[in-house]
Design a protein around this ligand. Structure first.
Ligand SMILES: [Zn+2]
Length: 110
C-alpha cells in the first residue's frame, strides 16, 4: 500500500477466477508453479481483489484505471513519491495517481 496516494481494490469476476484457476492447473502440470499448493475449493469460495490505481494525465486530463502491479513495475520509488507514467492519449509522461493530480492542480489556487 503506497503512502502518498490511494489504490482501489476491486473484486474479480467469477470468469476471471476460473481463468486464474486454469492458469494455476496448467502451471502445476507443467511444473511452472513454485508457490504453496492452493486449495481449489477455498480459492473458488473466497472473494479475491485486484488492486488498481486511478491515473490522470496532468496535461490532457485523460483518466485510466491501471493495475497496481503494473504501475509498481514502472515506478522507481527512490526517484519519486509517486509513479509518473506515459499518458495513453497524449503520449506525454504526465499520467499520475488521481490524488497527486488534485494536489498539483490545486497549487494553482494557492
Ligand atoms: Zn494526456
Amino acid at each position: 500500500m503506497p503512502e502518498h496516494f490511494k489504490t482501489l481494490k476491486l473484486k474479480i469476476s467469477s470468469e476471471e477466477k476460473k481463468a486464474r484457476l486454469e492458469d494455476y492447473k496448467w502451471a502445476m502440470e507443467n511444473n511452472l508453479y513454485f508457490g504453496p499448493p492452493v486449495d481449489i475449493n477455498v480459492f473458488l469460495s473466497r472473494d479475491i481483489y485486484d488492486e488498481y490505481v486511478l491515473l490522470k494525465c496532468l496535461d490532457c486530463g485523460f483518466e485510466e484505471k491501471t493495475e497496481f502491479d503494473i504501475v509498481e513495475e514502472m515506478w522507481d520509488e527512490y526517484e519519486s513519491d509517486y509513479p509518473i507514467l506515459h499518458c495513453p492519449r497524449c503520449g506525454k509522461p504526465k499520467s499520475v495517481p488521481i490524488d497527486i493530480y488534485h494536489k498539483q492542480k490545486l497549487k494553482v489556487f494557492k
